[in-house]
Design a protein around this ligand. Structure first.
Ligand code: NAP
Ligand code: ZN
Ligand code: ZN
Length: 362
């Protein structure tokens, strides 16, 4: 342990709380105790009520991005109740509802941070888990836990009238699809594709429809067709049927790819029209091969996007509360988490698992 970490550990008082963690890439999640710092003047202490289960949790628990720091306590779709605040906190008081997404801090002064793009902080944001804890040292620990302590600048507001469990996935699946759809201006007159009907994909369909685009959902699961139409898609394409894909050649303004595993990206690039954009939000382990001519003719773009900034996340949450938009969820106890991961790998979730954190006390 470095000297600076030791200094931090001795100077920052902490409390032990219950959590679930993976101790290595090969181990299942199991009960574990973690430290949460005592609130600093700008901190909010949140008792976690619900936490969504993102495919990124699974990627990182199994070290598929090759950067996991163990033990990993996943969870970045957090909704809870404020139980304590530091003396300088202005926007929250004890008893308020609050939410935390994928980041708990950033440098706050670089050009990206000043533009409200903390997710692209030039010094790298502090991710909610598997980041470096600036206060206690070691890795940050996420929302599969009793409570979390977060600076109020990275804490989101949620209204009292929303479905709390179904709102939790908005903190990652919601903002990750909202941000690129807004950035590339999905709206009336545009043909927008969403690839993969999982946690992200189903929010992408809901948002693209809410923004007024013509929405086409691509799936490998024919059994999801009716759901896709109910969620807002105008058309559904079974991506393994070449004749269904061919019908859409060179016709899309924008395609959002939210697939968690390796798949043929060229099949989707060829569906873009002149100056159309395909944006990856899915983050499979392996590099993605692109055939040059699929980009050159007719002048197509291949892009990526990561989560969204704090102000943008608040804007998305407010929009959802106003329009009654939430995630379609299956609620589980923390004891079912390993089974939920197995089902996630099979694309068998409608459409986001959310952990009821009361189960942590059982
Ligand atoms: P998810 O709920 O597991 O959904 C993924 C979907 O991809 C599945 O439901 C399935 O849809 C499709 N799929 C799975 N395996 C496939 C395969 N072999 N070939 C084709 N399609 C396949 O995952 P998620 O939580 O939405 O996350 C999706 C991806 O986004 C993950 O890689 C995650 O790490 C990443 N992510 C990125 C960001 C970011 O900031 N960019 C944020 C969050 C998550 P169908 O059954 O409809 O085919
Ligand atoms: Zn996520
Ligand atoms: Zn910054």
């Amino acid at each position: 342990m470095s000297t600076s970490t030791e200094t931090l550990l001795t100077s920052t008082a902490a409390k032990t709380v219950k959590a679930w963690a993976a101790q290595s890439a090969a181990s299942s999640l199991a009960p574990f105790s973690i430290q949460r710092r005592d609130p600093l003047p700008g901190d909010v202490v949140i008792d976690i009520l619900y936490c969504g289960v993102c495919h990124s949790d699974l990627h990182q628990v199994r070290n598929e991005w090759h950067n996991s720091i163990y033990p990993v306590v996943p969870g970045h779709e957090i909704v809870g109740r404020v139980v304590r605040t530091g003396r300088d906190v202005k926007r929250f008081k004890e008893g308020d509802l609050a939410a935390v997404g994928c980041m708990v801090d950033s440098c706050r002064v670089c050009a990206s941070c000043l533009r409200g793009l903390e997710q692209y902080c030039e010094k790298f944001p502090t991710f909610t888990y598997n980041g470096s804890d600036k206060h206690l040292g070691g890795p940050t620990f996420g929302g599969y836990a009793e409570s979390i302590v977060v600076d109020e600048a990275f804490t989101l507001k949620i209204g009292a009238n929303v479905n709390l469990a179904a709102t939790a996935p908005l903190l990652c699946a919601g903002i990750t699809t909202w941000s690129p759809l807004r950035h590339w201006k999905a709206g009336p007159g545009q043909k927008v594709g969403v690839v993969g009907l999982g946690g992200l994909g189903h929010m992408g369909v809901k948002f693209a429809r809410a923004f007024g685009a013509h929405v086409v959902l691509f799936t490998t699961s024919p059994g999801k067709t009716e759901d896709a139409l109910r969620l807002g898609a105008h058309e559904v394409v079974i991506s393994r049927k070449a004749h269904q894909m061919r019908k859409h050649a060179s016709s899309f303004d924008f395609i959002l790819d939210a697939v968690s595993a390796s798949h043929d990206i060229n099949a989707y690039l060829s569906l873009l029209k002149l100056d159309g954009t395909l944006t990856l939000v899915g983050a499979p382990e392996a590099p993605v091969p692109v055939a040059a001519f699929n980009l050159l003719l007719p002048r197509r773009r291949f892009a990526g996007s990561a989560i969204g900034g704090i102000a943008e996340t608040q804007e998305m949450l407010d929009f959802c509360a106003e329009r009654g938009i939430v995630s379609d969820i299956e609620t589980i106890g923390i004891q079912q988490i390993n089974e939920a991961y197995d089902r996630l790998l099979k694309g068998d979730v409608k459409y986001r698992f959310v952990i009821d954190m009361a189960s942590l006390k059982h």
